[in-house]
Every structure is written in structure tokens, then in C-alpha cells.
Design a protein around this ligand. Structure first.
Ligand SMILES: Nc1ncnc2c1ncn2[C@@H]1O[C@H](COP(=O)(O)OP(=O)(O)OP(=O)(O)O)[C@@H](O)[C@H]1O
Ligand SMILES: [Mg+2]
Length: 423
């Protein structure tokens, strides 16, 4: 009997462990499966089908193996509970019978007490079953608790400032001795400092991985710096109400994020107005050179795009994303490689249109193709977590070895690709 009780303790912890493993394995399986479906073309292009099948197969075998252990432990747990119950009943019966025989207990009383015990056995069994289920649910409960305990976005710090002051001609941006590294990542900014005046257009260049997109993420409040300051119109972004902060920023992401919705809904998404007039949308589409694209769609603005609708090319998506940022009409515009998917002619057209859009607002532009940013008021060259150089294109070509080498490499690359290297 004590052995059975000891075994029960072991089994209970085994059930709990297997239930936790089950939750984790299911999570891994689902995320790997949805990722491979979403990246179906990559899987096909790289011939990963076989490897993926093996990987998912292994995961499902582990899942099945774990389920066998879980079911076996549960059955053993139920059986051991039944053994304890039967043993109790049997002992009661024997002890009672001996007492009746010795005339220490009236037969009627014995029958009454024994019947009570038998009647109690049912509910006792149920209670044990519930205890078992509770033990299994503890694993899921653990996960839910973890989710609940996650800090809601923006809960760090007071974020009480709602008013950024005068936004009519853009904002000022101060980056002061900013230090930042991603959780579990290496250091990205090691004392980044620069100032952008109201209404300026500033280009940001730097090697891939130097932290250009990260700077935009910090500006949007997705992450916070470890030390130093990022301030819009003099207000530290950590003190700014997130809604007010994001209302002031229009962003075109490096990867175009369009929703499975109509063109109209995708364009109007950023606007603070409840209803955006079609006229306004068409104006933005014209400016982003996307009007022809939308006119060619079967239902114009009402055409559904995305995975449930019409598939658009990379360049078309970029133009719609630019139009969306224009509709928002923000005092601070962030463009992250916004025209990188376009051919040179379309890019030229959009660049000309963007010059109009940069007026009366502050704009930060990340660009790899330096030919697109020669007109910027300032160019900021990021290198190893700091601002290595800052100035106008002509100044930097003169004075910055780093910028000149970047620029010359691109010009040479262009001439070579055009087959005019002998010029
Ligand atoms: N969410 C993240 N978590 C951890 N590390 C990240 C995260 N996002 C980016 N990184 C890392 O931070 C570094 C800077 O990334 P970032 O995307 O800012 O570079 P970038 O300058 O925009 O590069 P590119 O020109 O290729 O777009 C990279 O080394 C990248 O691996
Ligand atoms: Mg980037």
C-alpha cells in the first residue's frame, strides 16, 4: 500500500511533465507548419520539401511518443487510485466482519457503515479523476500565466505626454548618446548622436546590419534604448503616449506589409480621420505613381489584395505602401528602402514626387542606392554603432573616405552592369 502511494506521487509528476512537453511540442509543430506553408515558395525553390517532411515527421513522432507515455502514466495513475480504493473497501470489510464475529459491532451497523463506504467510492473516484485532470491542466495553465505575465506594450515608464506641440512643419529629432542592444543580441548603438531640424530631409546610410531599421523601430517605440535619449520636438519618446507617438509617424517598412483587405482599407489604415475621401486616396496614389496600378485592378479601390485577393508585385506593393504613408500626412515620415523594388525609371518618377512630399515635414530616408539621396539636406553615415559622418552629399564625397568608397563602389557597379566600363 505505501508503495502504491509512493508510485502515485511519481506518476503524478510524470503526467505533469508529459503534459508540459505535449504543450511545447504542439506549439513547435504548429509554428513550424504555418511557417513552412507561408514560405511555400522558398521551400519549393530550395527543394526543402524532403527535409521539411522529415523534420515535421520527427516532431510528430516525438509528439506521439510523448502521448503514449502520458496516456500510460494516466492509466497507471487511475489504476493505482482504484487499487487504493478497493484495498480500503476490502480492509474495512475484513475488519468489520472480524468485529461482528467478535460481537464488538452489531451486524446492522456494519451493513450501514459498509454501504456508506461503497456509496462514497463513486464520488471519491470522481474527485481523484478531477485531481488528475487538474494536474494535466497545470501545464496549459503555466503557459497562460506566462502570457498574462508579459508586460503590455508601453507599460515601462510613464508615457503621459500626449501633445507634441507644433507639428505644422514637421518635428525636430534629437538622438543623444543612444545605447541599444537587442535582448540576447550584440550591441547595435554605442553612443549614437545627431540632430535633425524641423522640416529637414535626412538620409541614413550604412552597411547592412548597421542598425538603420533598428533606429526606426526605436523611434516607433517598438523597443527602448538602454541609455541616452531619443526626443521628438524635445519630448523623450519614452514619455510619449504610444498612440500620440505613432500618430505622428508615417512609415514605409522595408518589407511591405499590406493586409488581406481592399486597396481602400489598406490605404486608409493610417489616417486618423474616420472616413477618407476617395479623392484624397487617388491624390496619394498619383503622388506614389500607383494610380495606374489601381486603375488596372478589376474593382479599383475596392479590389481585395493579399493572399485572399489579387497578388501584387514587389514594386506595386511598395508604391501602395508609399501612398498609404502619404494619406496619413504625418509630421515625421520614415522610409526604409521604400523604392528598392522599383526599376530605375519608376524609381526616378517616385523620387521626383517624393521631393514634393518631403516639404513641410521631417523625413528620414534609409537607402542603399545612394543616387536616390544626393538631394538630402543631410546624409548620416552609420558605422559600428555611431554616426561616423554627417553632411551634404558633395561635402561627404570630398571629406569622408567611407562615404566616397560606398558611392564610388555603386557608381562603378552601375557602369559595369551597363557595360560602359571603358568610358
Ligand atoms: N528583433 C531583433 N532581435 C535581435 N536582433 C535583431 C533584431 N532585429 C535586427 N537584429 C539585429 O540587429 C542588427 C541590425 O539590424 P537592422 O535591421 O537594424 O540593420 P539594417 O542596418 O537595417 O540592415 P539592412 O541594410 O540589411 O536592412 C543586425 O545584426 C540584426 O541581426
Ligand atoms: Mg534594414
Amino acid at each position: 500500500m505505501p508503495l502504491t502511494i509512493l508510485a502515485q506521487r511519481q506518476l503524478r509528476s510524470k503526467v505533469r511533465f508529459s503534459s508540459e512537453t505535449k504543450v511545447n511540442l504542439r506549439e513547435n509543430m504548429m509554428s513550424d507548419l504555418s511557417e513552412s506553408i507561408a514560405n511555400g515558395n522558398v521551400v519549393k525553390a530550395f527543394g526543402l520539401g524532403g527535409r521539411l517532411k522529415r523534420h515535421l515527421g520527427e516532431l510528430s513522432y516525438s509528439y506521439a511518443d510523448n502521448d503514449v507515455v502520458l496516456e500510460t502514466s494516466q492509466s497507471a495513475l487511475r489504476s493505482s487510485a482504484a487499487i487504493i480504493l478497493v484495498f480500503t473497501q476490502y480492509s474495512f470489510f475484513v475488519l468489520g466482519a472480524i468485529q461482528v464475529l467478535n460481537q464488538g459491532l452489531a451486524f446492522n451497523d456494519f451493513v450501514a457503515q459498509y454501504s456508506m463506504l461503497v456509496l462514497l467510492a463513486g464520488p471519491m473516484n470522481e474527485i481523484l479523476d478531477y485531481a488528475n485532470k487538474l494536474n494535466q491542466s497545470a501545464a496549459s495553465l503555466h503557459r497562460v500565466r506566462h502570457l498574462i505575465s508579459l508586460e503590455p506594450e508601453g507599460s515601462q515608464g510613464p508615457r503621459q505626454v500626449k501633445d507634441l506641440g507644433d507639428l505644422s512643419a514637421g518635428v525636430t529629432l534629437d538622438v543623444e548618446d543612444l545605447h541599444f542592444s537587442y535582448p540576447k543580441g550584440s550591441s547595435i548603438f554605442k553612443g549614437l548622436s545627431f540632430r535633425v531640424e524641423r522640416g529637414e530631409t535626412v538620409a541614413i546610410v550604412g552597411a547592412s546590419g548597421s542598425g538603420k531599421t533598428t533606429l526606426f523601430h526605436l523611434l516607433m517605440g517598438f523597443f527602448e534604448g538602454e541609455s541616452g535619449r531619443l526626443a521628438l520636438n524635445g519630448v523623450d519618446v519614452r514619455e510619449l503616449d504610444l498612440e500620440a507617438l505613432r500618430a505622428a509617424i508615417g512609415i514605409v517598412f522595408q518589407e511591405q506589409m499590406l493586409f488581406n483587405a481592399s486597396v481602400r482599407e489598406n490605404l486608409a489604415i493610417g489616417s486618423t480621420e474616420d472616413q477618407v475621401e476617395d479623392e484624397e486616396l487617388w491624390l496619394a496614389l498619383e503622388q506614389a505613381h500607383a494610380a495606374d496600378v489601381v486603375r488596372a485592378l478589376p474593382k479599383g479601390l475596392d479590389t481585395m489584395i493579399g493572399s485572399n485577393g489579387i497578388a501584387l508585385s514587389g514594386g506595386q506593393r511598395q508604391r501602395l505602401a508609399i501612398a498609404r504613408a502619404i494619406v496619413k500626412n504625418p509630421p515625421l515620415l520614415l522610409l526604409d528602402e521604400a523604392t528598392s523594388a522599383l526599376d530605375s525609371i519608376s524609381e526616378g518618377h517616385i523620387q521626383a514626387a517624393l521631393k514634393e512630399i518631403y516639404k513641410n515635414r521631417t523625413s528620414l530616408i534609409i537607402a542603399h542606392r545612394l543616387s536616390t539621396i544626393t538631394h538630402a539636406d543631410k546624409i548620416l553615415v552609420m558605422d559600428h554603432g555611431v554616426v561616423a559622418e554627417m553632411g551634404r552629399h558633395e561635402e561627404l564625397v570630398e571629406r569622408s573616405n567611407l562615404y566616397r568608397s560606398l558611392y564610388e563602389a555603386q557608381v562603378e557597379g552601375f557602369l559595369n552592369s551597363a557595360g560602359v566600363e571603358d568610358v
